[in-house]
Design a protein around this ligand. Structure first.
Ligand code: ZN
Length: 450
């Protein structure tokens, strides 16, 4: 008889708040957040996760929720303690192999969102050009997504968890907090793009405000201490975390370093689709969803496979193995950027400046085909476009390219002799939606004075 799989380990109710879930969620990294489930290596198990905002962003025609939402963390499912068949937990120094066997949207909840944050509330990659909150809703038809806010495009998703990682040890957590604080307190000079995008936060340091710590009891001295030192989930780090690898879909594997006993695996921030770079910050098609997983422990795998790049043995990074299932595109329009910024200033081999130029070139190009610049910004953030570091060795210019699959558009967007003209752009929306969805993007512009 076939095995009855997968075993449900964590379920969520998308109509409940993150702190009302049956198995409490968490939105910080800390070794003392207790595990909420335990799994034996080799078992096939199922985890459900709310979208990163925990349901704060709604399926409606307004960007107000993105203007005011807390953009400084993700609500995660876990931690899950991993043991071997003899009952021995994963130990520091092991490698945890996480195989993603399947994943998808939750039945009855087949929709997602892409947006930009207000500049005062997190901003985005191009926040100097787009300083306000915007939002596009996407509806899923099986493997495809379409948006009533960005008419004329439809593409298959490549569902993946934006965030997956193990808990840090106290020693690693202290390393994170010290190095990120050095950026904020000015001990370390901010990198170049920060000069350009100085409005964005340099780093989000630990704060009890908004902390959700799973089974750690709120109101206790223990909660206060852990909340004051627990790392935010925004950046990817040595434990994996918010890696945002758009191809980490069905059949992929993640090889995560284990820093504490049991590994304490957590995940969330599910994406239906994402472009390389996740440029608009709330940048993928963000959704709630499920994952079917299987874990394996490679004893002493960190020493066997990872090389520390830094002053301690903890300065490692995970390895990712991309699975066999992806949408197939054969034709791409490619935009180039070099490390010269919009003011004409030369930067030295700065690939972030070059990528910014490539994205701006693509946005202005699509504008000629009838898309507002905000629509293109969100589209390039959410559709399966690919960024490549084409050249990083020829001083002074880094060359970065952004490739857009042409098949996602219902018009021909290639350059032609007769010049660009806005072709057909059919506004698609479910019948239940009212006329307020006119094919334009909700934008909330009332910026607070700087
Ligand atoms: Zn996300």
């Amino acid at each position: 008889m076939a095995p009855t799989t997968p075993m449900p380990v964590i379920t969520v109710d998308v109509w409940k708040k993150p702190w009302e879930q049956e198995k409490p969620l968490h939105n910080r990294w800390h070794p003392e957040i207790p595990h909420v489930a335990q799994v034996v290596e080799g078992e096939v198990f199922r985890v459900e996760a709310v979208d990163w905002s925990g349901g704060a962003i709604k399926d409606n025609n307004s960007a107000d929720d993105l203007k005011f939402s807390d953009a400084t963390g993700h609500y995660l499912s876990g931690p899950i303690r991993i043991i071997d068949p003899s009952g021995a937990p994963a130990r520091p120094g092991d490698l945890l192999v996480v195989e993603i066997l399947d994943l998808g949207a939750l039945p009855g909840n087949e929709w997602g969102f892409t947006g930009t944050m207000d500049r005062e509330n997190g901003g985005s990659f191009l926040t100097d050009h787009f300083p306000y909150a915007t939002k596009a809703i996407w509806y899923f038809e099986g493997i495809f997504a379409y948006s009533p806010h960005i008419p004329g495009v439809r593409f298959p998703g490549l569902i993946h968890p934006g965030l997956i990682g193990t808990a840090p040890s106290k020693e690693l957590l202290d390393i994170w907090n010290a190095r990120e604080a050095s950026l904020v307190d000015g001990t370390v000079r901010p990198p170049t793009l920060c000069d350009v995008l100085h409005q964005r936060t340099l780093a989000h340091l630990p704060t009890p405000k908004g902390s959700l710590l799973g089974l750690v009891e709120k109101g206790t001295a223990n909660w206060e201490r852990i909340a004051a030192e627990a790392a935010r989930t925004t950046p990817g780090r040595e434990n994996g975390g918010n890696c945002d690898i758009k191809n980490l879909s069905k059949g992929s594997k993640v090889y995560l370093p284990v820093f504490i006993e049991g590994a304490n695996l957590s995940m969330g921030d599910m994406h239906f689709s994402q472009g390389d770079g996740e440029i608009s910050f709330c940048g993928a098609i963000e959704m709630s969803g499920f994952l079917v997983l299987r874990c394996e422990i490679i004893r002493d795998g960190m020493a066997k496979y990872l090389t520390p790049m830094g002053p301690t043995l903890l300065h490692v990074n995970p390895i990712f193995e991309i699975g066999p299932v992806e949408p197939r595109f054969s034709e791409w329009l490619v935009f180039e950027g070099i490390s010269v910024d919009e003011s004409g200033r030369q930067h030295y081999l700065d690939s972030s400046v070059a990528f910014k130029r490539a994205v701006l070139n693509a946005i202005d190009y699509l504008f000629k085909f009838g898309y507002s610049k905000e629509q293109s910004y969100l589209l390039l953030s959410a559709c399966p476009c690919e960024a490549r570091l084409s050249g990083i060795v020829d001083p002074p210019n880094a060359v970065v390219t952004l490739a857009i699959p042409t098949a996602i558009f219902d018009q021909d967007i290639r350059p032609r002799k007769d010049g660009p003209s806005a072709g057909p752009r059919v506004i698609r929306k479910p019948d239940v939606l009212k006329s307020s969805y006119d094919g334009s993007l909700p934008v909330t512009k009332n910026l607070a004075p700087v």
